[in-house]
Design a protein around this ligand. Structure first.
Ligand code: SF4
Length: 306
């Protein structure tokens, strides 16, 4: 926190707008109090913030804040007029008891690629050390701030070492990061899940997602009324919905550009739509294919523009 506070003070910030992930809700009041003790006025953003792609500069401006503090996320390259300070918040976790308990599941692989999310990068040296003591060759690639670090939509830390390894071990809480990797690579992939306290294989999820994508591609041929989902989150604007709208209309379909902040099923209630094409966070078109009650695809499933 000291580093973030120093950066905010250097900016002469008085009132700060704080973005934080859902996983920090239990601690955010304590963090807020600490920031107040440092002399800041604090506004906590209670809208979901899934990543550094989401910077609510406009809302922060309405509340007369003069800086944004993004907790537990790293600079994603979103350009803003209001200064944004990123605080790399790391979660305490001990992966060793899980490795000791479940090592047999990965013992047959000689070369192991390690990946994780920002919150758990500090656990990787201990995991590497454990595996090396067991005679494994361990590979890490640095494509973001830390070796092995991935985002839900940026998995180069895994992709770049895929040719050198026999399996991936993804240290995380839940399947989100591992699934992102599995969808873009072809090696056996294991999650070291710090929440479930176990190691398990996850590449079987890939087949399920791919089947739904192929099914939905077939459904799109029959669809007549299509919603094109566009987000106004600064780092979640992908593809060209206006171009896709024209292409769909040339095919005799109706297409509507639907702009929103947070996507939810209730937003489409009362509308006559039989298909959704997502241009926001790319994980919507892989993880949430069945969530909105209509067949869904990402823009790149139909345009090949990533
Ligand atoms: S676009 Fe989606 S996956 Fe990428 S950082 Fe944002 S919320 Fe995460």
């Amino acid at each position: 926190m000291n580093e973030a506070v120093a950066k905010l003070k250097k900016l002469h910030a008085k009132r700060i707008f704080v973005h934080f992930p859902e996983g920090l809700k239990m601690r955010i009041q304590e963090i807020s109090k600490q920031l107040e003790k440092e002399g800041f006025e604090v506004v906590l953003c209670m809208e979901a913030t899934w990543g550094a792609c989401d910077v609510r500069e406009y809302e922060a401006g309405l509340l007369k804040c003069d800086a944004i503090l993004h907790v537990a996320h790293e600079d994603y390259g979103v350009k803003t007029k209001m200064p944004v300070v990123y605080w790399e918040y790391f979660f305490d976790a001990d992966p060793i008891p899980i490795l000791e308990k479940d090592f047999d599941k990965i013992k047959n692989f000689k070369r192991i690629g390690l990946v994780t999310s920002l919150q758990f990068v500090k656990t990787l040296p201990a995991v590497k050390d454990f595996l090396e003591k067991k005679g494994k060759e361990v590979f890490l690639h640095k494509s973001l701030q830390h070796p092995g670090q991935m985002l839900g939509c940026r998995v180069a830390a895994g992709k770049r070492i895929e040719d050198k390894i026999d399996c991936f071990l993804c240290v995380s809480a839940g399947r989100f990061y591992g699934l992102g990797l599995v969808l873009q690579t072809d090696k056996p992939t294991y999650n070291l899940d710090l929440e479930k306290q176990q190691i398990y294989q996850i590449e079987n999820l890939k087949m399920k997602v791919q089947k739904i994508i192929e099914w939905n591609k077939a459904e799109l041929k029959e669809a007549k009324k299509i919603g094109l989902l566009v987000s106004w989150k600064r780092g979640q604007m992908f593809g060209d919905p206006f171009k896709v709208k024209k292409i769909l209309e040339q095919q005799g379909k109706e297409a509507y550009i639907l702009a929103m902040d947070e996507l939810s099923k209730s937003k489409f209630e009362g509308m006559k739509l039989d298909f959704l094409i997502n241009f926001a966070c790319p994980r919507i078109g892989t993880d949430d294919l069945e969530k909105y009650g209509k067949p869904t695809l990402n823009w790149y499933h139909i345009t090949s523009e990533k």
